[in-house]
Design a protein around this ligand. Sequence first.
Ligand code: ZN
Length: 167
Amino acid sequence: MTRIVGEEQYEPEVRRRSVRNVPFFIRDDLIDIITDHGDEGLLQDSEIMGLIVGKVYKDDDGEYAVATGIISSELDADDVSVRFDQNDMTQLIDEIDNLKEGDRIVGWYHSHLGCGCFMSDTDIKTQNGLFGGRIGFAMVIDPVLRQLKVFDSTMDDPQPIQIIVME
Ligand SMILES: [Zn+2]
């Protein structure tokens, strides 16, 4: 899979996070966009996916990410798999090119239809392709079971992590 996050060096801004030891912060309106996307997919019996834009900061405990937006694109999906449509990446590439100063891709999300939120072998490969061990989060939602979990890219065997959802 195409590596979307560039190889460029970046220096995270130093800023103490509001809650210690939680590596991922996201506003509830962004969660709503993701779960609405999941519901739209479910109506078509289809998984969905997208990328989570945000800023990376660091404090004494290490790096953490604050989500600021969501981007998606045409999808090539069915009820057990999803990927960006390789023939129509224009929207996605445009949106990545037009990210605001300091913003980068901090995660991705996708849905599972009724089998719960976990990282499949394919999901782990996608995650490694996107982030290669750098900070980046995988949000998995299940619109059938109404579940949401977030996994950390830096783990070999991804386990759900705590996140902070901000109003
Ligand atoms: Zn999956």
